[in-house]
Design a protein around this ligand. Structure first.
Ligand code: DGY
Length: 323
């Protein structure tokens, strides 16, 4: 049987790349840096499968460059807003992603970010490192309690639910919102459905766990921030595009909300001279929600399994419903 041709757009852990090199003719971008777009457009021509990351835009241009041989796109991410789903559907190309394996890890990061933002941890470490740690003062670096607070989740999918479960230990009241109620998941984690306006008005912490799509793009606008409490903390570990960042900056500077913790921004990387970076009340992490050795390895291997299944004509272990 002749080997399939696949493109792999980034250096991968051994466990993920070995089976591909064994079973396929691989055009392997063996580098930590993203593949150059023009190279990707050349390499994808005539390929049967594409292994990509969230840094690659999969659109008509790329799919046209690939031509009719392309059967599967496997992305090493659970989110697939970088993929034009309609363009895949039109060509009957399968899409594989990595749900499940990063749920707890990403929820842990959301919790870490919430704690870091509420308790002002980066300001504290900066004071120690810069030699500006004064003697103990009653009100210096005072933050906000998590216990007893109301936490509003925008999205009660896998990650939102895991985050809610973790918050169980803090005795929080948990609200959630989304396109529809999820009574079973909500019961399991002790969350109560609320329309988004109620959630924004009543929450001490608002945490975003929804995918980026046409309904959620710039959902957090100036209007949304103005509905929140002036003491509220905003946490986003989903996608930067969910937030109007200029509006967030204004809300933080004008005291419409107290603080924000972001693991995702638009663009990524966020330039160091971006106005949000200058704010003490904005904690920004470099999109590391799923970044543990175990989880990233599982994601990489799962993507390999999706890719190989697709090029070998088997059902993908994890496929996105494109209908
Ligand atoms: C994803 O998988 O979509 C995350 O953003 C990266 O782990």
């Amino acid at each position: 049987m002749s080997k399939s041709t696949v493109v792999v757009t980034r250096q991968l852990p051994q466990a993920a790349i070995e089976p591909i090199l064994e079973r396929c003719n691989a055009r392997y971008w063996d580098s930590e840096e993203p593949i150059v777009r023009s190279t990707l457009l050349e390499w994808v021509e005539g390929a049967d499968g594409l292994y990509c990351l969230l840094t690659e835009t999969v659109d008509d241009e790329l799919l046209d460059a690939a031509g009719p041989s392309l059967r599967v796109v496997a992305t090493m991410s659970v989110g697939y807003d970088h993929v034009d789903v309609a363009a895949l559907r039109k060509r009957e190309i399968l899409l594989g992603n990595t749900p499940g394996v990063l749920t707890e890890t990403t929820a842990e990061l959301a919790l870490a970010l919430l704690l870091a933002t509420a308790r002002r941890l980066p300001e504290g470490t900066h004071a120690v490192q810069s030699g500006t740690w004064p003697s103990w003062r009653p009100m210096w670096l005072t933050g906000r309690d998590i216990h007893g607070s109301t936490v509003g989740l925008v999205g009660l999918g896998r990650i939102g639910a895991a985050f809610a479960r973790m918050l169980g230990g803090f005795g929080c009241r948990i609200l959630y919102t989304g396109p529809r109620e999820k009574p079973e998941a909500a019961r399991e984690v002790g969350a109560t459905f609320a329309p988004i306006d109620t959630l924004l008005q009543e929450s001490d912490y608002v945490a975003v766990h929804c995918p980026l799509n046409d309904q959620t793009r710039s959902l957090f606008s100036g209007e949304a921030f103005r509905k929140m409490k002036p003491t509220a903390v905003f946490i986003n570990t989903s996608r930067g595009g969910v937030v109007d960042q200029e509006a967030l900056y204004d809300a933080l500077v004008q005291g419409e909300i107290a603080a924000a913790g972001l693991d995702v921004t638009d663009p990524e990387p966020l330039p160091a001279d971006h106005p949000l970076v200058s704010l003490d009340n904005c904690v920004i992490l470099p999109h590391i929600g799923s970044a543990t050795i175990a989880t990233r390895t599982k994601m990489a291997v799962m993507t390999t399994e999706n890719l190989l299944a697709g090029v070998e004509g088997r059902p993908l272990p994890n496929s996105v419903d494109l209908s």
